[in-house]
Design a protein around this ligand. Structure first.
Ligand SMILES: [Mg+2]
Length: 217
């Protein structure tokens, strides 16, 4: 589907749901920083997230090493995560256009391999705060519009309960949940064009493209 520059797809009153991890914030640099610190890889490690993950998993500890890295990046090391380009501008335009935004994240309270007792949801809220998402000078997203779910099915239930007419996610599996209603528009955030697209789904490579599609040029 081609984005129409002139169209305004998000009218005032639209309720939009957005995923958090790898849609609003990127962990790419965080994975490398943590893996280097844990001495799971050396400085020659690939920068690409998938290749880096595969390299970590291929080590002697296997998937456990990867889970230990994840426990760090979603918790104590979340400060290494960065905003994906264009998010603040897009969210700010949502507010200006009267679009209500909810962030809905599948995130358990604790990581399996965490040894620090970090609350991953609390860490994520802190990250959102530190990166200006709640700032009234910018997106001004109410804290109460951030939701966490223990499972993917629970996440979909929340998206439905909130009355979202659109949802943006980097993970195809969310849209493939059997309970995901066909009446909710699906936007796959897919910077590397890696996933296959379901019928009726929009694929967007970056936030400026979503912004143009949503609000016109
Ligand atoms: Mg995600």
């Amino acid at each position: 589907m081609m984005a129409d520059q002139a169209a305004l797809n998000f009218a005032s009153g639209t309720i939009l749901g957005i995923d958090l991890d790898n849609t609003i914030l990127s962990y790419d640099q965080a994975i490398l920083a943590v893996a280097l610190r844990m001495k799971l890889v050396d400085a020659q490690a690939p920068r690409d997230k998938r290749r880096l993950r595969d390299l970590i998993r291929s080590g002697p500890e296997g998937d456990v090493a990867w889970q230990r890295v994840q426990a760090e990046i979603y918790g104590p090391a979340i400060g290494h995560a960065v905003l994906i380009d264009g998010v603040i501008r897009f969210l700010t335009r949502c507010r200006q256009h009267g679009v209500t935004v909810h962030i809905v994240s599948h995130k358990t309270k604790r990581a399996n391999y965490d040894t620090t007792g970090t609350d991953l949801r609390f860490a994520a809220l802190g990250w959102l705060e530190n990166n200006g998402i709640f700032s009234l000078d910018g997106p001004g997203l109410p804290r109460a519009n951030v939701w966490f779910a223990d499972t993917r099915a629970e996440k979909v239930d929340r998206i439905v309960d909130l009355g979202c007419s659109w949802f943006i996610d980097d993970l195809l599996e969310v849209f493939e949940e059997p309970s995901f209603p066909s009446s909710i528009g699906r936007i796959l955030f897919d910077p590397t064009a890696a996933a296959s697209v379901m019928p009726g789904m929009l694929r967007m490579a970056d936030w400026p493209s979503i912004e143009r599609w949503a609000f016109g040029g």
